[in-house]
Design a protein around this ligand. Structure first.
Ligand SMILES: [Zn+2]
Length: 315
């Protein structure tokens, strides 16, 4: 990510916008449609066998194997740098294979200087809302295994695809994209922004450097959100119990989309706040320097935000 840093830290005095918290997240209504008229059991063989099982549950954010899943992806990706064609191809092959393990078919989407990997999980409703895009770059600078930058974001996006495929009711499609060539000029995300239409994409979430957490506070930074997106992520952060701060950090993949007119934000570790990997763009950016617990929290935060954006109450 982002060789150029910077800018302001609009300290999101959290708490600021709880205004919308109430009422929006309550577990749901149709909990008890108990038959008002007690059916006499004349002809009811199997009818009571499916009582009140909700049709559209959200998968639990607490997956017992989440840390293992994330760290295995990071370790596999960070076995080598991902700079040369050969190295980046190995990473693409890994994504295709990891997606196949989830029952999903990843697609190579080429552009003049590289190729992204993409997969779409479709909406389930008849009249869906416009899709959302979720992405992370997988390439590195030369000679860095890039565990934090950005095997961490790449693994998080894979874990989000795993959450999404287990969500039975989706009011919009979600497209997951692993971007190539971020480090040499945001080329993969730019190609992707150009091949989509901002009028037909509701929002774009990108992830870059999420696994470093030396101060143990598991705070994350949300980069350049619109007010509505900030409010949505703040609700997700409150639900998951993590701290979210707002920054003006650009120069990573969400910038490509924002420049092209999309509502796009990025999530990262405390890059502006200073609790960020000291091994940035070096051979020491290895999986062993990351905090699996922080990776889990970042992923749960992102999954909550994703569910809020795509879950439907009806099939
Ligand atoms: Zn990066």
């Amino acid at each position: 990510m982002k060789p150029i840093l910077v800018l302001a830290l609009l300290a999101s005095a959290c708490g600021g916008d709880d205004s919308m918290l109430d009422g929006s997240t309550d577990a749901d209504d149709n909990s008890n449609d108990t038959d008002s008229t007690d059916s006499t059991d004349i002809t009811d063989d199997a009818d009571d066998l499916t009582p009140d099982a909700p049709l559209c549950p959200r998968p639990s954010l607490d997956q017992a194997d989440l840390a293992t899943y994330l760290m295995a992806s990071i370790e596999e990706l960070a076995r080598t740098p991902r700079y040369t064609d050969t190295e980046r191809n190995r990473a693409r092959t890994y994504f295709i294979s990891a997606l196949a393990d989830l029952g999903l078919t990843g697609e190579r989407v080429a552009f003049p200087s590289g190729a992204n990997i993409a997969v779409t999980i479709p909406a389930t409703v008849a009249s869906p809302e416009p899709p959302i895009i979720i992405g992370a770059h997988f390439d590195t600078v030369p000679d860095s295994p890039g565990a934090d930058d950005n095997a961490s974001g790449s693994a998080l996006v894979l874990a989000l695809a795993r959450f999404a495929k287990d969500l039975p009711c989706r009011r919009s499609a979600v497209e997951f994209i692993w971007f190539d060539r971020e480090e040499v000029g945001l080329f993969g995300s730019r190609a992707s922004a150009q091949s989509h239409d901002p009028a037909n994409v509701r929002v774009v979430y990108t992830f870059d450097q999420l696994g470093y957490n030396a101060d143990g506070d598991a705070a994350f930074e949300l980069e350049l959100p619109t007010p509505a997106t900030q409010a949505a992520w703040q609700r997700a952060a409150t639900a998951v119990g993590v701290t979210l701060r707002i920054t003006q950090t650009g120069n990573t993949d969400h910038e490509s989309f924002r420049e092209a007119g999309y509502d796009a934000v990025g999530l990262s570790e405390e890059y502006v706040g200073g609790d960020t990997t000291p091994y940035y763009h070096t051979p020491e950016d290895t999986a062993a320097t990351l905090d699996p617990g922080a990776m889990v929290l970042a992923t749960k935060l992102a999954a909550q935000a994703m569910f809020d954006a795509i879950a439907s109450e009806t099939p």
